[in-house]
Design a protein around this ligand. Structure first.
Ligand code: EPZ
Length: 416
């Protein structure tokens, strides 16, 4: 298994460019299926989840060219409506192909996307909402078959602002007859971005960025080009790494306006921040304060995807911190490995009690999932001694090249 070797204890100092957003790019690949022509997506990150989505696109008949960070998808001919099990099983986000395929082909069959270590991740809201548009589902041997005659607009209420369910409904509603209103929609930037992509291609979507989205069905979409925003979670990870090592970090192109909750958290920890257009400068010399209580929330609250990286920083804060995870039911798994490094983290239900310690010690640890892996990288950077992190492939699902990026900040880090 590929791994990362880190010699910790150094202060990060330097500047780094931020890759395109994984979670903003993935739905664009599904949305390209609605266009009977070519979609050009710029600043697309070269991460394994994108390559898996490309395999799915090619398996249904799309022609795909990925040169540098420019992704060209020709979805003129869709020759299959059965999504390949091997990619769906490893990547839960492929679930948003359901909405796109129903809009384009009125049918799709997809292997039931498994949960993952952070949670069971059911899709009841996706299925319930799509049924409101006239979709019929049948399930057999872990495969979901969806069929729809003419999709009909309807009013849908989401009991929880699910990002994926909101995206799926929007995709399915683009060509539906009449108007679809989604109440309780997710407001994450990754929802806003896919709506903006669709709108640019000719979809009629109102209320973008609010919890009420209105989609008026159209007959077709036109070819379009779009640029993926920088990744707010990758940007946040590197700022937290700067704070963890009491360093000085400059992000050259961060999605500043999507990061308010993290910037506030960093200031509360004692970091000094200077923000100018899309640059963020962090001085982490005094970023040693504990956070008495914080909880992850839907956007614009503190993102669950930065909860584990934050935990790694608070492991060495001066005082006691409490984190409550309100989005996923099993997202504290990395605490076990952090405690092996000398952290003092105690878990009870959906809360983590973190007694800040003077130091962590480098050692061999294992990543089990993407953001827990990023947290272990941060722990390795602040620990004394050497840390080897197994499971680089988990980290590469969302970070294009975390070793390259952290080397820009002066980290002693290598792939092995
Ligand atoms: C997206 O996942 C992101 N993934 C996640 O990022 C992110 O953590 C999450 O949104 C929350 O912001 C992508 O965009 C590819 P949800 P998604 O539907 O859409 C429950 C990362 O690290 N739920 O908003 O799956 C669900 O179990 C990943 O980049 C249902 O119960 O998130 C979870 O507890 C991890 N039924 C909560 O809602 C449903 O039908 C939030 O899930 C759907 C969701």
């Amino acid at each position: 298994m590929k791994s990362i070797d880190i010699t910790g204890g150094n202060t990060l100092c330097g500047e780094v460019a931020i890759q395109g957003s994984k979670n903003a790019a993935l739905p664009l690949l599904a949305a390209s299926v609605l266009i009977k022509g070519v979609s050009v997506i710029h600043n697309c990150p070269r991460i394994s989840d994108i390559f898996s989505m490309i395999k799915i696109l090619e398996s249904i008949g799309c022609k795909v060219r990925f040169t540098g960070h420019c992704l060209e998808i020709d979805a003129k001919d869709i020759t299959s409506t059965a999504l390949p099990e091997e990619y769906v099983k490893v990547m839960r986000s492929s679930i948003i192909f359901i909405g796109a395929m129903l809009a384009r082909k009125k049918e799709v069959s997809i292997h039931y996307p498994g949960g993952c270590v952070i949670g069971e991740r059911p899709i009841d809201m996706h299925l319930g909402a799509l049924e409101r548009l006239g979709v019929e589902f049948t399930e057999a041997e872990e495969t979901i078959r969806a069929n729809a005659g003419k999709l009909k607009g309807n009013e849908i209420f989401l009991p929880f602002p699910s990002v994926g369910a909101t995206q799926n409904i929007v995709l399915a509603a683009v060509f539906a007859e009449g108007v679809t209103v989604i109440k309780g929609a997710a407001k994450e930037p990754e929802v806003t971005e896919v709506c903006r992509f669709l709108q640019k291609a000719g979809a009629r979507i109102h209320g973008i960025g609010t919890e009420t989205l209105e989609i008026e069905g159209v007959d077709s979409l036109k070819e379009t080009e779009f640029t993926v925003v920088p990744d707010r979670i990758v940007a946040g990870t590197y700022l937290l790494a700067g704070a963890a090592t009491r360093g000085a970090v400059l992000l050259e192109n961060a999605p500043v306006h999507q990061m308010d909750s993290l910037l506030l958290m960093l200031r509360n920890m004692g970091a000094k921040l200077h923000v100018e257009q899309d640059c963020i400068f962090l001085n982490g010399e005094e970023a040693d304060r504990a956070i008495p209580f914080m909880e992850t929330k839907v956007y614009p609250g503190f993102p669950t995807d930065l909860q584990s990286p934050l935990m790694a920083v608070l492991a060495r804060a001066d005082g006691i911190s409490i984190i409550r995870e309100t989005i996923f039911e099993n997202r504290f798994r990395v605490a076990k490995e952090l405690n092996r490094m000398g952290a003092r983290i105690f878990l009870k239900e959906n809360q983590a009690l973190i007694y800040g310690v003077e130091r962590l010690s480098g050692m061999d640890v294992k990543a089990e999932e993407l953001r827990g892996g990023a947290a272990l990288v941060i722990a390795g950077l602040l620990a004394q001694g050497k840390t080897k992190i197994d499971g680089l492939s988990y980290i590469e699902r969302g970070y294009e090249d975390i070793v390259r990026d952290l080397k820009c900040l002066g980290a002693k880090i290598e792939k092995s």
